[in-house]
Write a protein of this length. Structure first.
Length: 219
């Protein structure tokens, strides 16, 4: 894989994750691709999540790297609400934008495609912004835990098939660790600091919500 057309090819992979943003922080979908850009990965990840949980999700939260007008239309055409960051107002930092933060906010990029114009308006609304910000508290901590707590910094194997198996194993280890924490009775959980954030749900609450939301037959 190479980072851009001006970069050389290197032994590297793009690891993708989809995480439950409702509080459990369980990984619902994971795979590895060989493209440095994420803009074509929204629909493949939707398929991965649907395959794992048995039904399509209700909403998708994604950062600016996943901007793809036709794919967003395809996602929303399936009845899935999409929240994909388009500007500095919704996504604080643009990876390849060398302008200052002030310049980015004063002159955000203008989009002409109707689906992207509607997306920008939705993300500027209080409800849209509040919902999108949940992404930072769901998937970002999971990547941090995998890297810092589990100590997984790089792949040990080579080849897309082997690396995919390795990534799935890492994600399984994370989910088992997370489930172990959710299994603990409330009285045995570490006391959280005084904050407005609610306590993580119990395992039964997680399973009831996941299966009840995605698989009504399990209700």
């Amino acid at each position: 894989m190479r980072k851009s057309k001006n970069e050389a090819f290197r032994q590297a992979y793009n690891a993708q994750l989809a995480v439950d943003a409702e509080g459990s922080q369980l990984i619902l979908g994971a795979y590895v691709c060989q493209s440095s850009a994420d803009n074509n990965e929204l629909e493949p990840m939707r398929k991965a999540v649907s395959h794992n949980v048995g039904q399509k999700p209700q909403a998708v939260l994604a950062d600016r790297g996943y901007i793809n007008g036709p794919m967003i239309e395809q996602i929303q055409g399936q009845g899935i609400e999409a929240y994909v960051a388009l500007s500095a107002e919704a996504h604080e930092r643009r990876r390849y934008d060398l302008r200052s933060e002030k310049q980015r906010r004063e002159k955000p990029r203008q989009y002409k495609a109707a689906v992207l114009v509607a997306m920008e308006q939705k993300l500027r609304s209080p409800e849209g912004r509040a919902r999108y910000l949940r992404r930072q508290a769901s998937v970002e901590p999971v990547f941090g835990i995998i890297k810092k707590v589990l100590g997984f910094q790089q792949f040990s194997l080579r080849g897309l098939q082997k690396v995919s198996l390795e990534w799935n194993l890492v994600c399984t280890a994370y989910n088992l660790k997370r489930l172990h924490k959710l299994l603990q009775p409330a009285e045995q959980r570490p006391k959280a600091a005084k904050t407005s954030q609610p306590m993580p749900p119990t395992l039964s609450e997680v399973l009831d919500r996941l299966f009840g939301r995605f698989c009504p037959a399990f209700q």
